[in-house]
Ligand binder design. Structure first.
Ligand code: TPP
Ligand code: SF4
Ligand code: MG
Length: 763
């Protein structure tokens, strides 16, 4: 049974105006729509939506359940599961996040559970570029989701309200996306209006439509059964019909929204197209620039117009065909590639729409532009119009498809000579001062000189990277890498260490460096390790080539990439995984990670009357990795260089002979911890002395604490560590005793268990 959508409201509702960004408008609309649940994972430029909603929640402004996932695949799964429970669900993402979630999206549409997903569009990696183009959203064209486009912050708000209303119609029941341009729209403030009362928005949406749910045990149902020929094609046909029903419903919903808000949208936004002879077709934020240019050209006597769809799924083919009826030439400009397809996707869809009209003679030129967030100026719009004018004048198209605004380079030109420091030689990286031997008990004994003696070894990471002052990443990595002799190849997962140390065409790494997405670095490195051994076995590499493979990851990378890391560990490849833990997703602006401790404040775990920082305890990653039974697990910090060097030397020994080594290194992050640049080492010391971050190793399954503050009288209360950081200063205030006690109890529980393991090799 379904509940009919609400009657359209007669007359406009009261609104307020202000200046807001697209992300702010997205968050505002979501709060007003009063979703039951949001599943999310941070990724620039959409992250702010969750951050703002979390801040609002902490302030008690809404009660939407916000579930921080361990990756977008999980976030999409959380959303899917929640929709089968019959409530309203929201998610927001971009680029790799969208692609990581991709697999789940047809499940959502195939089972016909509506929900809303905001996409702040961004270029898809690799190489990594966080700025806005439409290459991510184009992957979604075949997922069965409705896709609305929002060209400015106002449209983000409006389309969110419209999209869910269409999505939930009884004849549609499909999930919907609202896509707006990363940074251009997500981060730029514009004058906007929004409804004064949340009730207006909730009345507009009406009650949640009744659906088959998994939460009605009296009426058991099977959701998503195995389905084969001949039913699957029928299921897909029904989905197609639902898309067509949405296409039919959209003008009606737009009209109702106009009556409520005074703002008019059409499936295709047409600007001066009535009598246009030449036109440019553009999506989203580039369209207004082209409109200004069309005005200017009209003043010169050129009948120019702009065509820009507000909906691309379903594709409004009829409206586009109609709009282009009298147009002599159109440039179909798209911010997304479709390699080898002789034009990007929507160019082909426009051409196919025109082909159905035998009287249409519009000449089409397809251009890919603006990838990686390349700005689009009036000159660019004018260049497109000039192309259309030229084609219209000569009655033919010289170059039907091309990229616009590229410098292809000359493959015949030799590569630029290497600049900067010369490559390191094996002699330089082999100090000969470190020896590792296996004792009769199977344990390794490292003979290392005092740390200062290793200072002569050249750094594998050069200064000149862009880390914040006081950042502990590179001092700690430098110490760690000094414990490793010989040639090293590193793989960095996405995170601060990666972002601040490479920026094409520059690098801070003197050794070979590979980047992979932070959900899959361990898999990639394991592949490289195996290729090294196989090519060596085949005699394809110089005799005696000896490389140590090290993956560098943040704590966030050990959330989203946990599966890949566990997979590599279970296969036990000869490699080292070293995690620098700054207790948050810093590269994206300080969101909580699963390593963020309970009660700590981050940009997705705010502190306010209704929220007290992170809601669950920090992840015990070393223990998780130890459970894979890899030969070596350790923890370390920058303040104990001799300890860290010895552990690095052991990790190298094990990686070369027995398999995977994993280590977690706590590093200071003044930005996340909200501390002065110079106090990082003191805070890390307090984390160790309070036993929040014990220093230990697990060798062949046997635990040994390498620094015990108890017997030397250095143990400090957990509260002493917490009071050193701005992100935890609230925990010392009255009213927050229970959270503080919970952190203390958990720290103590883990410490006592570790001690027991240290004392008993069987544990
Ligand atoms: C699939 C995917 N989701 C999200 C992101 C955005 N992202 C890049 S790095 C990062 C956080 C990394 O955190 P961590 O591993 O702890 O490293 P840190 O930035 O703290 O150094 C996030 C969320 C991404 N690049 N890809
Ligand atoms: S945000 Fe933190 S981890 Fe990232 S570079 Fe700055 S100090 Fe280092
Ligand atoms: Mg981190």
């Amino acid at each position: 049974m379904t509940i009919a959508p609400p009657e359209p409201r007669v007359g406009r509702a009261t609104q307020v105006t202000g200046f807001r960004t697209g992300n702010e408008m997205a968050a505002l609309s979501v709060k007003q729509m009063n979703f039951h649940l949001m599943g999310y994972y941070p990724i620039t430029p959409s992250t702010e939506i969750a951050e703002i909603l979390d801040e609002m929640k902490a302030a008690g402004e809404h009660k939407i359940v916000m579930v921080p996932a361990d990756g977008e695949h999980s976030a999409a799964g959380i959303c899917y599961g929640a929709t089968t429970g019959g409530g309203r669900v929201f998610n927001a993402t971009s680029a790799q996040g969208l692609l990581f979630a991709l697999e789940e999206l047809p499940v959502q549409s195939g089972t016909r559970y509506p929900m809303l997903l905001d996409v702040a569009t961004r270029a898809v990696s690799g190489p990594l570029d966080i700025r806005g183009d439409h290459s991510d959203i184009y992957y979604l064209l075949n997922t069965g989701w409705l896709i609305f486009m929002a060209r400015d912050p106002q449209a983000v708000y409006d389309m969110n309200l419209i999209a869910l209303r269409v999505a939930e119609r009884a004849d549609v029941r499909l999930p919907a996306i609202v896509a707006f341009d990363g940074f251009f729209t997500s981060h730029q403030k514009r004058r906007v209006s929004s409804f004064t009362d949340d009730a207006t928005v909730q009345d507009w949406l009406g009650p949640v439509p009744e659906m088959v749910t998994a939460l009605d045990p009296r009426h058991p149902v099977t959701i998503g059964p195995y389905m084969n020929d001949p039913d699957l094609i029928n299921n897909k046909y029904q989905l197609e019909r639902a898309s067509q029903a949405a296409l039919a419903a959209i003008p009606e919903v737009f009209a109702e929204y106009e009556a409520l808000s005074g703002r008019r949208y059409d499936a295709v936004d047409l600007y001066r197209m009535d009598d246009a002879e030449v036109a440019v077709f553009l999506l989203n934020s580039a369209a207004p620039t082209a409109k200004d240019v069309a005005d200017r050209l009209r003043a010169e006597g050129v009948r120019a117009g702009v065509i820009s769809p507000n909906v691309i799924r379903p594709f409004p083919a009829d409206a586009i065909r109609e709009a282009l009826r009298g147009v002599r030439a159109v440039v179909l400009a798209e911010r997304a590639p479709s390699y080898g397809a002789h034009g990007a996707n929507l160019s082909h869809e426009v051409k196919s729409a025109l082909q159905e009209d035998p009287d249409n003679h519009t000449l089409c030129l397809s251009r890919v532009y603006g990838l990686g967030g390349r700005d689009f100026y009036a000159e660019d719009a004018e260049a497109f119009f000039r192309l259309a004018i030229e084609a219209a004048e000569c009655g033919s198209v010289a170059v039907p498809f091309d990229y616009y605004g590229v410098e292809p380079g000359d493959p015949a030109k030799p590569p630029r000579p290497r600049r900067g420091a010369p490559p390191l030689t094996r002699q330089e990286t082999t100090s000969g001062l470190l020896t590792v031997e296996q004792g009769p008990d199977g344990r390794l004994k490292v003979d290392a000189p005092p740390f200062w003696q290793l200072a002569a070894k050249p750094k594998r990471i050069l200064p000149g990277h862009g880390a914040c002052p006081g950042c502990g990443i590179f001092p700690a990595l430098d110490q760690f890498l000094r414990g490793i002799e010989g040639d090293v190849v590193v793989l960095y997962q996405t995170g601060c260490a990666m972002v601040v140390s490479t920026g094409y065409p520059f690098t801070s790494h003197r050794i070979t460096y590979v980047h992979n997405l932070f959900q899959n670095g361990a898999a990639a490195l394991s592949g490289l390790v195996e290729m090294f051994h196989e090519r060596a076995r085949r005699g394809e590499l110089p005799i005696g080539e000896d490389i140590t493979f090290v993956m560098v990851t943040g704590d966030g990378g050990m959330d989203i990439g946990m599966g890949a890391a566990i997979g590599a560990a279970l296969r036990n490849h000869g490699m080292i995984v070293v995690e620098y833990d700054n207790q948050g997703y810093m590269n994206t602006g300080s969101q909580l990670s699963y390593s963020t401790p309970l009660g700590h404040m981050t940009s997705t775990s705010h502190v306010g009357p209704a929220e007290l920082g992170k809601a669950f305890h920090h992840k015990d990653t070393p223990q998780i990795m130890a459970a894979t039974n890899i030969p070596y697990v350790f923890t370390g910090v920058e303040g104990y260089p001799d300890d860290l060097v010895a552990k690095a030397a052991k990790a190298q020994w094990y990686a070369k002979r027995q398999g995977t080594a994993y280590g977690k290194v706590l590093i200071s992050c003044p930005l996340n911890w909200k501390t002065e640049d110079r106090v990082g080492v003191d805070i890390v010391q307090a984390a160790v002395d309070s036993c929040f971050f014990p220093l230990y190793e697990i060798e062949g399954g046997i635990t040994r604490i390498t620094y015990d503050p108890d017997p030397i009288g250095r143990r400090v209360p957990v509260a002493d560590w917490l009071k050193l950081m701005g992100k935890t200063s609230h925990l010392g205030k009255p009213g927050n005793e229970a959270t503080l006690a919970a952190i203390e109890a958990e720290v103590e529980r883990r410490w006592l268990r570790l001690k027991a393991r240290d004392e008993n090799p069987l544990l």
